[in-house]
Write a protein that binds this ligand. Structure first.
Ligand SMILES: [Zn+2]
Length: 191
């Protein structure tokens, strides 16, 4: 049984304030009913301000996402999977149970999935979610990945994989120049 909810504003494109329409890589239209895709956004907070800005954002169909993951080394993938499983185990079972009658996406996405640190206490964070057409899938729940976790995960990825990821960013994300250092100095995490 798949559980789908409307796409919340924070998972829509900052560019036009609407759901992402096309796969970043292959250009496939995403909003017909049966296309699966992921959305990832990286956000930055500013000390003392109730304001986050988007470092980068994209949507990618699951075919392209799988293709991209093939470019990660087996070692990096194995390390990431082990890390993820350990973190989920540490959290305990009850946290992974979603009660659909009371599920509140805003509250779910107000803190790091792993550490439960609130968004406003982070310098940066990433948001990832899985989608189908114009709905958010919550079977594999969307998550906030906080700065501490990003840092830890970066340490698990091989240099070769980091090079691949940076190549990907240069090719597809093309940020404005003032953000360039911020983005390319960072490692992109795919889960
Ligand atoms: Zn695609």
């Amino acid at each position: 049984m798949e559980h789908l909810i409307d796409i919340p504003q924070f998972f829509q494109s900052d560019g036009d304030g609407k759901p992402f329409e096309y796969c970043l890589v292959c250009g496939k239209f995403l909003l017909d009913g049966d296309t699966n895709y992921v959305v990832e956004k990286a956000m930055k907070n500013y000390d003392g301000f109730e304001f986050s800005s988007t470092i980068y954002e994209y949507a990618m169909c699951t075919d392209c996402h799988a293709e991209l993951q093939k470019s990660m080394s087996e070692e990096s993938i194995a390390n990431m999977q082990t890390y993820y499983q350990q973190k989920v185990l540490q959290k305990g079972k009850q946290v992974m149970t979603i009660d659909l009658r009371t599920f509140d996406i805003n509250s779910w996405m107000s803190k790091c999935f792993f550490t439960e640190k609130p968004l406003n206490e982070m310098k940066e964070y990433q948001m990832v979610g899985q989608f189908r057409g114009n709905k958010l899938l919550i079977n594999q729940p969307p998550m906030i990945i906080g700065d501490e976790i990003i840092e830890e995960m970066s340490g698990l990825i091989s240099d070769k994989t980091i090079d691949e990821m940076n190549g990907f960013k240069e090719q597809y994300l093309g940020p404005p120049p003032e953000l360039q250092e911020l983005i390319y100095g960072r490692k992109l995490i795919f889960i």
